[in-house]
Design a protein. Sequence first.
Length: 441
Amino acid sequence: MLKIVNGKQDEAGAGILIKDAKFPSPFVSGLEYSPPARGAWNIVHTGMLIPKSHQIFICTQGCLRGVVLTAAEMNAANRFSTIAVRENNVLDGDMESLIIDGVTDILSKLKAKPRAILIFTSCIHHFMGCDLKLVYRTLRERFPDIDFTDCYMNPIMRKSGMTPDQKMRQQLYSLLKPVSVHKKCINIIGNNLPTEESSELVRMIIENGFELKDITGCKTYEQYLSMAESAANISYNPVARISGDTLQTRLSQKHLYLPLSYDYAEIESNLNQLAAYLHIKTPDFTEEKAKAEKALKSAKEIIGDTPIAIDYTATMRPMGLARLLIEHGFNVAAVYADTINEEERQDFIWLKENSPIMKLYSTVHVKMRFLSQNSHKKLLAIGQKAAYFTGTSYFVNIVEGGGMYGFDGIYRLMQLMEEAFLREKDTKSLIQVKGLGCCSL
């Protein structure tokens, strides 16, 4: 890649003042750059949440390299296999036989039979019109004691329809079967990380006599399958919304979408919806709000006017978080996000009007390869990509909201911001670790 060696790198196309940004896509899609911040989970990490399962990826060898390394890095190579697609498979048209015979060979060589097999096909199977229905029907007949589900490593899904991340989280629960429902059981679904027990969401469920289930806490395959017994599913990650809708249709489980938010009114509305479902009196959150406010004030006193940068991998609502911080006097200098979710439209509009010179940066634009900074000025980053691009050693090391939710989530995030501001981190070492929070790591 060519680099400008004389003069300052031009930000045009990669960075923009938020007042000039367009919703929902501020940047033109094109050749992309992948920064070496690896904390966000990929489809391998997420699939490993199903206990006693085994993953089989079927693709060309070049494409297999990344997923193989992920399995090795998380010490899960014993739960992972590959089938390489070669040129002769394409020319001979024997793709169905390759999958069926390859899976059969893998299962014959495993020391212990897995309870479930996650088969990841790739774009080449769809380009060639591979008969996947025949493949899965044959495998289920051949191995009736093993559950099979279809998963996808398909780059062509990234820009249209369901993304690979959305599809993976949907298929994560595809092995659940219809069973008798227990009205006092509730699932939290769609997250890679468990929700903090101190959150109002979890406390309301547990303290009112309901059993809470989450795939992140399942240790056995039976525990995973028992999630089908729950009467309702709660999701709060936007990419998991379709998972809840699918289960509501397939298993008749009520879906409560209570999105992660940093807006007090929305948080309270979400929790009130939960209270209505639980048939309990609407709680008074005065103390929780006061605790969050006190934490915001404390963090502001410590952090002062230090510039803050936020990225979309740290939280599902980067615009909402930026708005919360600005409303409480913090100096949010930049947000790193390639697109803006519909749920953040109002926060985006508010930022355009109230913080017009805040910068919005792409994380994948090719120019970002050279726009990363090593500023001597102290800056606090929230998220690994923000830490990488700003070159700071003061950052909050979380992904996907870090399991924090509600007023308690705001309180805990302020504590993490204070700690990050006061103590330097080894940014280069930390951001290279794949799947932050993954149990195998």
